[in-house]
Ligand binder design. Structure first.
Ligand code: PA5
Length: 445
């Protein structure tokens, strides 16, 4: 039931000895990671999280999710970056493609906001909520991020308008630092239900903490299975031997390819439910590895959709691309292609075949075509589209990206570069303390 990393199509791009040559470095990086001697070691909490999570908090999350399911038609997760993408990816991965369309669903509609500064988006969301019962989960480790703070103010005002000051508080769930930040102070003062983002988790590694788990539980997903899958991956990826550890194989191979000039990696899928997994992965990889003027650029594509847009570039454009394909061996559903009396659409040769069969043939055809076109392709086979497999896959990528960062000689756990635009934005907005920078920037505009 575990995932399988397939490197069989890399032969034209990676010589047999190259992976083995990386072993010494991989072993050193593994030791750095596990012993905490590497850069950013304060943020290695993700390594043992599936085993060592706070059971009391875990139970509180489930209870809160049940309360929200009982008293709300709509649930809003407010957060950005690592405080949003994991939950969105997990819910999309595991739910009906159209999970917010009302049918026999017995869980609230789930929406996210605070992940942009778009007034359109928030106004549209307020209209979707309408006068229905709703609850909000504001998620911010720092507790001071502008986008979610603005969205929270606006949604809090709607809650207060509908329920009054006191009852509104019972519909606000705050996930933040255990001790500091504006959100923590407000949650304490207003008595919101509080959940903790552990100190040793960076945002992009936090999906299996309260950050991701409360929204995921509200969406009706089995948290125990999710954590069990991650725990199984934790135990499977303990060994630094490249022959045993497929997550480390992935880390080493993408670095081997990177050094040959394959500087962009596309994470691809053949299931629309996995689109946001690609978004989550892009943050995990990009924010971890893009620093010190180096790093693989992470991009994503959704197939077969994007074969009709990006496909031309991938096949014949600049040869700096590598691909990692997520392929679901057994989809949640399959459909048979119907028989017809005539053959007006020319599809007779597919009659009686299943759509998944066709999807898999598309995948096989693409892998060979792209390989022939000079693009190295790796595949990650996921046996099923269930919570256990998702937990396992999340851990696979988290540990792989951490090791990959060390292999490329950077600190995979910091993100100094995300501050630059914020300083400018604060200065241009006239935030107190930024007057001088504001003056300077306004002259440049
Ligand atoms: O991974 C990260 O560190 C970032 O993407 C953060 O998660 C994001 O900026 C949101 O930060 P916060 O949770 O402090 O609001």
């Amino acid at each position: 039931t575990h995932i399988k990393f397939d490197t069989s199509k890399l032969k034209p791009f990676v010589h047999e000895n190259e992976l083995a040559e990386m072993q010494a470095l991989v072993t050193a990086c593994d030791q750095e990671l596990r012993a905490g001697t590497g850069a950013g070691h304060d943020f290695r909490g993700f390594l043992d999280l599936p085993q060592n999570y706070d059971q009391t908090e875990f139970a509180r999350i489930k209870t809160a999710a049940q309360k929200i399911q009982n008293d709300s038609e709509v649930f809003i997760g407010i957060g950005i970056g690592g405080s949003y993408l994991g939950a969105r990816a997990a819910i999309d991965f595991l739910s009906s493609t159209f999970y917010n369309v009302k049918n026999e669903r017995d869980v609230p509609e789930v929406y996210f906001c605070g992940n942009s500064i778009s007034p359109n988006y928030l106004a549209d969301l307020l209209a979707v909520i309408g006068d229905r019962d709703f609850s909000i989960n504001v998620i911010s480790k720092s507790g001071t991020t502008t986008e979610p703070s603005i969205a929270f103010r606006i949604l809090k005002a709607k809650l207060i308008e509908k329920y009054g000051e006191e009852a509104a508080k019972g519909r606000i769930y705050a996930t933040t630092d255990r001790a500091k930040g504006a959100l923590k102070s407000e949650a304490d003062a207003e008595d919101y239900a509080e959940f903790v983002v552990p100190d040793d988790l960076g945002g992009r590694f936090s999906v299996l903490s309260a950050v991701g788990l409360l929204p995921i539980a509200v969406a009706g997903i089995d948290l125990d299975q999710l954590m069990a899958g991650a725990a199984a991956a934790r135990s499977d990826y303990q060994d630094s031997d490249l022959e045993q550890n497929e997550a480390y194989q992935y880390a080493a191979l993408r670095n081997i390819l990177y050094r040959k000039g394959y500087t962009t990696e596309l994470l691809e899928n053949y299931e629309p439910n996995l689109q946001y997994f690609g978004e989550w992965w892009k943050q995990l990889a990009g924010e971890s590895e893009g620093k010190d003027q180096k790093g693989i650029f992470p991009a994503s594509a959704n197939f077969s959709t994007d074969l009709h847009s990006l496909g031309q570039y991938i096949q014949e454009g600049r040869r700096n691309l590598m691909e990692t394909v997520l392929i679901i061996d057994q989809p949640r559903y399959d459909l048979e292609i119907p028989r017809t009396a005539d053959n007006l659409d020319g599809l007779q040769y597919l009659e009686g075949k299943s759509m998944d069969y066709v999807n898999k043939k598309a995948y096989e055809g693409v892998v060979l075509a792209h390989t022939d076109g000079g693009v190295p392709v790796m595949s990650v086979h996921l046996p099923k589209q269930d919570a256990y497999t998702l937990g396992y896959t999340i851990y696979f990528f988290e540990i792989a990206i951490a090791i990959s960062g060390y292999l490329n000689g950077i600190n995979p756990f910091n993100q100094p570069g995300v501050e630059a635009y914020k300083q400018n934005m604060f200065a241009l907005l006239g935030r107190p303390g930024y007057e001088e920078l504001g003056h300077e920037l306004n002259q440049r505009l």
